[in-house]
Design a protein around this ligand. Structure first.
Ligand code: ZN
Ligand code: ZN
Length: 382
């Protein structure tokens, strides 16, 4: 079954399943004759501002949304199977299987948040090879494209946030930002602008390169087979229950929780650091994603290893994990933003909900210069 799913995804399987902007094949999309007809049936979002303009004004400018039915069917199957797995959690699964699934959920989440996101996409800290290997294994368990694709797509998201070039442009609504972007061909701007983002540093990490090279067998083993085989072999769970709970349900849950960062955290919450951008501080998303919901801060200071101003562990388990790895010497060069820079930005562009907003402002040109340096998305490539 998993084999069937993966094969149906084409040459870059992970891409179609969970989110490559560039992995979804786009061959001869957007041909003019189809384009005009479909464009007349829809409205379109202006890319520079979130003004919705009537379709008649953009009929020849905006490509139509083109649904990829193969992906729709895959996601319907995965979610239906996950619902069955959820049912089995209450009716058949052993406690050990539930614990194992929760462990895999947390482990896979770290692969995304502490690995693909903070380590590889943003280079918020450096890691010695044992930690990179650990994070790559965790990231494989979560199956959201290989590290290279995930990081590349995420850099595009930051650089072109809330425009047509943003793969999950939240101006197109919750559903599109959450999962809809994986169910249709990507906007041509995503591909065009995506090519302008430097990802050469990723290809200099052999762990990233090898994970990409052997991604399909690694996914089959670590996301689908191993999670089901362990409960079956070690504590006598039926293979069916183990598969639907620890493999499928756990996987689909991780997916949806990750997607909340693109959807909910781009739509709902406060904007203490910059009221001019969509990404928001969302406590619920921060809690369920192990610390990725402090999204207003994160889009203002993308390479702070905490992805938040404060290091409150209960709402940011990823920071706790990175601090632990730093303590045992596997993580180093943790980057963060000095308090005065944060304060300066809060007072200059925040929505007034941050305590700094009430303090006396002493912004100087020097602060602004420093702030600009700290706001760079990718401060260095080695
Ligand atoms: Zn974002
Ligand atoms: Zn990010």
């Amino acid at each position: 079954m998993t084999d069937m799913i993966l094969h149906s995804m084409g040459p870059t399987p992970s891409a179609d399943l969970v989110g490559s902007i560039i992995g979804v094949d786009d061959g001869d999309d957007y041909k003019r004759p189809n384009l005009r007809k479909a464009a007349s049936d829809r409205t379109s979002v202006n890319k520079s501002k979130d003004t919705v303009v009537p379709s008649s004004e953009t009929a020849n400018k905006e490509p139509p949304m083109q649904i990829v039915w193969r992906n729709v069917l895959i996601f319907i199957y995965l979610h239906a199977a996950a619902l069955y797995g959820f049912y089995l959690c209450f009716t058949a699964a052993k406690w050990a299987t539930l614990g194992w699934s929760f462990f895999l959920f947390l482990f896979g989440s770290f692969g995304i948040t502490g690995g693909a996101h903070r380590l590889w996409a943003h280079r918020c800290y450096k890691a010695k090879w044992p930690l990179r290997l650990f994070a790559a294994l965790a990231q494989t368990i979560a199956v959201q494209n290989d590290i290279y694709e995930w990081s590349r797509d995420h850099r595009v998201h930051h650089k072109f946030s809330e425009t047509d070039a943003d793969p999950h442009n939240a101006h197109r609504g919750f559903f599109f930002a959450h999962v809809g972007w994986l169910l249709c061909k990507k906007h041509p701007e995503v591909k065009r602008r995506g090519k302008t983002v430097d990802v050469s540093d990723l290809l200099r990490d052999p762990i990233v390169v090898y994970q990409r090279k052997f991604y399909v067998p690694l996914v089959l083993v670590f996301c689908f087979a191993m999670p089901a085989l362990v409960p079956w072999y070690y504590w006598g769970e039926t293979f069916k229950t183990a598969f639907f709970v620890a493999s499928i349900y756990r996987y689909v849950l991780t997916l949806n929780i990750t997607w909340l960062v693109n959807s909910a955290a781009h739509l709902w919450g406060s904007h203490p650091y910059d009221k001019g951008i969509n990404p928001a501080e969302n406590r619920f998303v921060a809690f369920v994603t192990s610390g990725e919901g402090w999204h207003n801060y994160h889009h203002v200071f993308p390479w702070d290893y905490k992805a938040a101003e404060l290091g409150q562990y209960s709402m940011n388990m990823t920071t706790a994990a990175i601090d632990f790895f730093a303590w045992i010497g596997l993580a180093y060069d943790l980057k963060t933003v000095p308090k005065n820079i944060v304060k300066s930005r809060v007072q200059r562009t925040g929505d007034g909900t941050h305590p700094y907003a009430l303090e006396e402002s002493r912004n100087s040109d020097q602060d602004l210069k420093l702030e600009n340096e700290y706001c760079e998305i990718f401060p260095e490539t080695e």
